[in-house]
Design a protein around this ligand. Structure first.
Ligand SMILES: *[C@@H]1O[C@H](CO)[C@@H](O)[C@H](O)[C@H]1NC(C)=O
Ligand SMILES: *[C@@H]1O[C@H](CO)[C@@H](O)[C@H](O)[C@H]1NC(C)=O
Ligand SMILES: *[C@@H]1O[C@H](CO)[C@@H](O)[C@H](O)[C@H]1NC(C)=O
Ligand SMILES: *[C@@H]1O[C@H](CO)[C@@H](O)[C@H](O)[C@H]1NC(C)=O
Ligand SMILES: *[C@@H]1O[C@H](CO)[C@@H](O)[C@H](O)[C@H]1NC(C)=O
Ligand SMILES: *[C@@H]1O[C@H](CO)[C@@H](O)[C@H](O)[C@H]1NC(C)=O
Ligand SMILES: *[C@@H]1O[C@H](CO)[C@@H](O)[C@H](O)[C@H]1NC(C)=O
Ligand SMILES: *[C@@H]1O[C@H](CO)[C@@H](O)[C@H](O)[C@H]1NC(C)=O
Length: 723
């Protein structure tokens, strides 16, 4: 392991990096810990990847929580595979085409090696795990050191076999036509080239939360100084060097049948085998050409250095002052930023509520992204989501459009004969469709489609149709004291009922709350929490809930009573919504209430599934002190966790700076007394995206008491009804 650590520190010490306008220059990659969230259900991918890379190489474990492949809980290693998700829940997805090494087979017979992954699983040496951006490695109990790096569509694995002197055997590496959830469908294939050992093939697999299937292709090549000995295929526990191709069924009696190929190498006392695995969703030829183009010479160092450079280019534009803060604060921040760039990826259809790709597209639009984007096409796509119900709206678009257009809400027990999907979540879908329409209206405004803009502004108010003014909420018989909550309604416009606390963090009813067909009217959270989800018209919401002070009381109750759970996304914005009630200081306090208590820098440090970097983004944006209201050009200002934050825009190369006067690393003085923007007094408690692109400077002066800064009506973030 010394060698690996040497390699890693070599890169950190000798590479120079683009200087930012910060006095304290340093390499940000030293503060990325890729093992955060690899146990306790974080499901983070800890392996080697490029930013948003397709190849994601890591060791897979047989833990029941192996959604990210590797789980840092001592579970045994089943193989080293190539495609992964990060932070997803549900069944594990991907983890395709695992390799597994043997220093030799018993009696020098290929049948003397163990092929099925259930029986070949092997422990690893505790303390041998080395993981940094672009790199992952460990030592198996068998003594084989395995490490890996990647290019965009290609993994490069290095297997270093223990020195066995004159007793050295023939190392064997198998490639298993498997994935993490054993979902391989009928007729996966593999062929092995007898002279080169190249393996090519494909398999069709199931996704995790999505529907349908996906087909993945691979092309594996091997390099070893001792040279190739022989190769072949295996099925179940048996192998042959005579057979060079295989087409294999899903399995028998529901048992996933192991199958794949293998290569053996000539004995040598110091054997290192490199395995290069190209990947594609198009063809195995494409997988081969990807591999040949990306890693032509099997050069581990060059590939690794390129991966490190790619990460550094992504992360270096974000620099914080290190003065006064401890290392774990920096690690928390930079690892959070890092995880936002591991994913997302989506190889199958996937929706959980509204047509929320609209929000992403709208976010890019209002933040001025133009390069290579046809916004008329982009607008046509989001408008289609709002107008045309797809046949299968579990995967795309929205359901219930007939009711939406006639009743102006999604009813419980809807009658939907146009398209099909799970008829639950009528409240959260109504709220999400409303917000989706708001985002579309902003795009329409920007594209001068005034009639559309007005239409979608109107429909973005449909959330109000599920607000029941006299609804109260009781917890174990006790009145919470708040009146007015969202409630479900039927097709005939009468109210249905869902206890506002159902599916909250303190709900003990055991009700199903996710995508189950018998789940309720809010998705993975309670009415209590969804009550705050009107990101585009908080002013109207605050009025409906009884005005700013009642609203603040209610928000405090949500957090203080543990009704909300910061480990799931509906909680994120509630931490900062005090801004809309003129109490930005309370947002700052609430941020420190959750960080670091619920976000630690340990493998078990995340409060829930990282969800493709969502938890990472929460911790990073919170610590930066600029929390976005996604889909709008709005960042809510709180004091950063650092004395200064510098962010260089890749669009304009200008550097935006937040500087704190009276910085207090104990975070006692977290109250903004006054602020300046580019030297002029600034009283708004939010800022728009031009702050980043134009490289402005925001200076926040802190004190130990809440002040009047950012509290007046004209200081609040925009709401549709007050704009
Ligand atoms: C790879 O980098 C390491 C660390 O700098 C160095 O020790 C090793 O010699 C390099 N290997 C090759 C093949 O260049
Ligand atoms: C760097 O920051 C200082 C202080 O904010 C500023 O005066 C200077 O112009 C900046 N330099 C560059 C190159 O942006
Ligand atoms: C592995 O090592 C870590 C410290 O490196 C230790 O905390 C842990 O208990 C060890 N696990 C086992 C199974 O020995
Ligand atoms: C798999 O291959 C068999 C044999 O060629 C064929 O009968 C069957 O239809 C194939 N199944 C699929 C799903 O393509
Ligand atoms: C919209 O109209 C304004 C004012 O006429 C004009 O400046 C702008 O370029 C137009 N935008 C688009 C996308 O056509
Ligand atoms: C409205 O529909 C619900 C659900 O079908 C039903 O229970 C209720 O009796 C209906 N109310 C009226 C007034 O028709
Ligand atoms: C930003 O800097 C890069 C690297 O120096 C340069 O290639 C690019 O053209 C610059 N972009 C702008 C908008 O100045
Ligand atoms: C500021 O807060 C401290 C501690 O809560 C309190 O003792 C003090 O009186 C406050 N000062 C003012 C001016 O409100």
């Amino acid at each position: 392991m010394a060698l690996r650590h040497a390699l890693v520190s070599f890169v950190f010490l000798t590479r120079s990096f683009a200087a930012n306008n910060v006095t304290d220059d340093y390499d940000v990659l030293q503060y990325v810990d890729t093992l955060i969230g690899t146990t306790n259900g974080g499901d983070v991918f800890a392996g080697a990847t490029l930013p948003y890379g397709m190849a994601k190489a890591v060791a897979d474990t047989n833990s029941q929580y192996n959604q990210g492949g590797f789980t840092y809980d001592g579970s045994a290693i089943t193989g080293f595979s190539n495609l992964h998700d990060s932070g997803t829940g549900g069944s594990p997805s991907l983890g395709n085409f695992a390799l597994f090494p043997y220093a030799s087979c018993e009696n020098d017979d290929v049948d003397g090696c163990v092929y099925p992954k259930t029986s070949r699983a092997t422990g690893y040496v505790n303390g041998s795990v080395a993981a940094v951006p672009g790199y992952f490695g460990l030592t198996l109990d068998s003594g084989i050191i395995v490490d890996m790096t990647v290019a965009h569509h290609t993994s490069l694995f290095r297997f270093r076999f223990p020195d066995a002197g004159d007793n050295a055997g023939s190392p064997l590496i198998l490639l298993d036509l498997t994935d993490l959830q054993d979902s391989r469908q009928d007729n996966a294939t593999i062929s092995v080239d007898p002279s080169t050992g190249r393996m090519q093939g494909s398999g069709r697999f199931l996704p995790s939360f999505g529907s349908g299937t996906y087909e993945a292709f691979f092309c594996a090549d091997f390099q070893s100084p001792s040279g190739l000995r022989d190769n072949g295929v295996f099925v179940d526990t048996r192998a042959s060097t005579d057979v060079k191709a295989l087409k294999i069924s899903r399995g028998i009696n529901g048992y996933p049948l192991p199958g794949g190929g293998f290569v053996r190498f000539k004995p040598s006392s110091s054997n290192t085998v490199l395995a290069r695995v190209g990947l594609s969703f198009i063809s195995s030829e494409q997988a081969c050409s990807n591999a040949e183009a990306e890693i032509p010479n099997f050069d581990f160092n060059t590939t690794y250095f390129a991966a490190v450079d790619a990460w550094r280019q992504k992360l270096n534009p974000i620099k914080v002052s290190r003065r006064g803060v401890d290392k774990s604060t920096l690690v928390n921040f930079y690892s959070g930023v890092y995880r936002t760039m591991v994913n997302p990826q989506d190889y199958t259809g996937y929706t959980q509520g509204g047509s929320n790709a609209d929000n992403i597209i709208g976010d890019a639009f209002v933040k001025g992204l133009t390069d290579g984007i046809d916004w008329e096409d982009g607008y046509a796509a989001v408008k289609k989501d709002a107008e045309e119900e797809p046949y299968d709206w579990s995967n795309e678009g929205r359901g219930g459009m007939v009711s939406w257009k006639s009743l102006n809400y999604i009813p419980e027990q809807d009658f939907d004969y146009i398209g099909f999907g799970t008829l639950t979540r009528s409240i959260s879908r109504t709220l999400e469709y409303s917000y989706n329409d708001y985002v579309i209206s902003q795009m329409a405004r920007g594209l001068n489609k005034t009639a559309d803009a007005e239409k979608y502004e109107t429909t973005s108010g449909y959330w109000q149709n599920l607000f029941k003014r006299d609804q109260r909420s009781y917890i174990q018989g006790q009145d919470t004291g708040f009146q007015g909550f969202f409630q479900p309604r039927y097709l005939n416009k009468t109210w249905s009922y869902q206890d506002p606390i159902t599916c909250s963090n303190i709900d003990t009813s055991g009700s199903p709350c996710s995508l189950q067909s018998n789940a309720g009217e809010t998705f993975e959270s309670s009415i209590w929490e969804y009550q705050f989800f009107v990101p585009h018209d908080m002013a109207t919401l605050i009025t409906l809930l009884g005005g700013p002070s009642q609203f603040v009381k209610r928000l405090d109750y949500l957090h203080d009573k543990g009704i909300t759970y910061i480990g799931n996304e509906p909680a994120f914005l509630t931490v900062y919504q005090y801004h809309y009630a003129g109490r930005p200081a309370k947002s700052a306090l609430r941020s420190h209430f959750y960080i670091p208590a619920y976000f630690k820098t340990t493998p078990d440090g995340l409060p829930g599934n990282d969800d493709s970097g969502a938890m990472g983004s929460f911790v990073a944006m919170s610590m930066m002190g600029l929390f976005p209201n996604p889909g709008q050009s709005v960042y809510l200002i709180t004091p950063p966790y650092f004395e200064s934050v510098h962010i260089t825009s890749p669009l304009t190369n200008r550097t935006a700076t937040v500087r704190v006067t009276n910085f207090d690393p104990t975070y006692t003085n977290v109250y903004i007394q006054h602020a300046t923007l580019n030297g002029k007094p600034y009283t708004k408690n939010w800022i728009d995206h031009s702050f980043f692109t134009e490289g402005m400077e925001l200076v926040l002066t802190l004190g130990r008491n809440e002040s009047s800064w950012g509290t007046r009506p004209q200081d609040l973030p925009p709401s549709l009804s007050t704009k």
